[in-house]
Design a protein around this ligand. Structure first.
Ligand code: FES
Ligand SMILES: [Fe+2]
Length: 449
């Protein structure tokens, strides 16, 4: 049985490799349940995975529980102010140590036998130590296992369980430039408002990641009702404008400007003057400000499972478009189930009216009950269900869009820009990167097609 399953997986991966060269993806890459446990090791065991934002841990003792693939991780700020990421599994029998999703504590006490760890991970308390371990034991060696690498970029905390992981900056590559575009509009930077939303969707996690990395094309159909409700621009082609930018290491982004027909559309996504006035001083590169001036819709995925958008929409047909930022992670629970965690972020020093308006638009469009969100997740659920059919699951899916488009040599920013929002370069590169991890090949800094 084991051999049979291994053969199946190898066949799935071989088919993906062959298919991608022709702009095709075997549906098995979504439906094959044997891929899920391998992804835990080969993808989530080697990449940098998003854990949260520094503003979620403002004080000593603050913690949140997050995940790297199937691993539960306590992310906390210790008494010295340092952010740590610790494996959330007791060193005695392995039980889940911290059961609450967020809080403040100096210590974590295990609910099974009571071993107690400080928020530096040190084992500091063992009940009945003298009676139970008459000869003593090397307590110093039995602290919580730290995640081998933890680092932040622009306030965004990532962790990697791979001891030989590249630096976070090398891993992000040119994505760092685009994270700056979203997160460095003002000197004070961004903060997360409230606890992030979390919900479970019966869909494969890669469908969220590949949608955000490049799928502007679905806007005119899946989100058509938003156009009809007046919450999105009246021209259903509004998401087609350039550019679609492939980055190293499987990351990708779309920076879309609304077509000139939407002349009434505000510059700088409609950010308030208090934010725009700070951009020249705050952005690391003058190009950032010029890029944001002309953009309306930024959507991206940081490989493997962090996506973000910075877009301008209306919360109803009466209100003016207001920009907002949401980051979200797609946590695989099985081949056909994921947990979505969605953070709303806003500039710390933006005026209060704007912070509230921005959050309201986020909730109504991309919150768990948001109209855009439900359009998307229902579609991904239906893909996951449809390809479970052995016949449908054996067929190739079409990823040919924009294969014949040459890169835009005039794109001023980093990356390989395709001069149309309607292209599938980024989705092909996302899958090609996934394949390299799954086939245990080198990825970082390698050229992608
Ligand atoms: S499992 Fe944690 S103290 Fe025993
Ligand atoms: Fe969508």
């Amino acid at each position: 049985m084991t051999t049979h399953r291994t053969d199946d997986v190898e066949r799935s991966l071989r088919d993906v490799a062959e298919g991608l060269q022709k702009g095709r993806l075997p549906a098995r890459a979504i439906s094959d349940q044997a891929l899920h446990p391998l992804e835990m090791r080969r993808v989530f065991g080697r990449t940098w995975v998003f854990l949260g934002h520094e503003s979620e841990l403002p004080g000593s003792g603050d913690y949140v529980v997050r995940y790297i693939g199937a691993d539960s991780v306590i992310v906390c700020r210790d008494e010295s102010g340092r952010i740590r990421a610790l494996s959330n599994s007791c060193r005695h029998r392995g039980t889940l140590l911290c059961r609450t999703e967020m809080g403040n504590t100096s210590h974590f006490r295990c609910p099974y036998h009571g071993w107690t760890y400080s928020n530096t991970g040190d084992l500091v308390g063992v009940p009945a130590m003298k009676e139970a371990y008459a000869g003593g034991f090397g307590k110093d060696e039995w602290g919580l296992r730290p995640i081998p690498h933890v680092d932040s970029y622009s306030g965004f905390i990532f962790g990697s369980v791979d001891p030989s992981a590249p630096s976070l900056v090398d891993y992000l590559g040119d994505m760092a430039f685009y994270l700056d575009l979203v997160a460095k509009k003002t000197a004070a930077g961004m903060e997360v408002i409230g606890a992030p939303h979390r919900w479970v969707v019966e869909a494969n996690w890669k469908l969220g990641a590949e949608n955000f990395v490049g799928d502007a094309y679905h806007t005119l159909m899946a989100h058509r009702s938003m156009v009809e409700l007046g919450m999105a621009p009246g021209d259903p082609n509004f998401a087609s404008s350039p550019a679609h930018i492939g980055l190293q290491n499987g990351h990708g982004i779309g920076v879309l400007g609304y077509p000139p027909t939407l002349a009434e559309f505000p510059e700088y996504e409609g950010y308030p003057d208090e934010v725009i006035d700070q951009m020249s001083a705050s952005y690391p590169d003058p190009l950032h400000k010029e890029m944001l001036r002309r953009s309306a819709f930024i959507h991206a995925t940081v490989f493997p499972n962090l996506s973000f958008i910075n877009v301008t929409l209306s919360s109803d047909h009466m209100s003016i478009p207001t920009p907002f930022v949401t980051f979200r992670s797609w946590r695989p629970l099985a081949h056909d189930r994921m947990e979505i965690t969605s953070w709303f972020l806003v500039e710390r020093d933006a005026p209060e009216w704007f912070r509230e308006a921005s959050q309201a638009v986020y909730v109504r469009t991309f919150g768990p009950a948001g109209v855009f969100e439900q359009d998307d997740t229902e579609t991904w659920r239906a893909i996951t269900a449809a390809v479970q059919g052995p016949f449908a699951g054996d067929g190739p899916l079409n990823y040919e869009m924009g294969m014949d488009l040459a890169p835009d040599g005039d794109w001023p920013g980093p990356g390989r820009a395709i001069p149309s929002g309607y292209a599938e370069q980024n989705q092909r590169r996302f899958w090609a990167t996934w394949l390299r991890y799954m086939q245990e090949q080198p990825v970082i800094g390698e050229a992608l097609p």
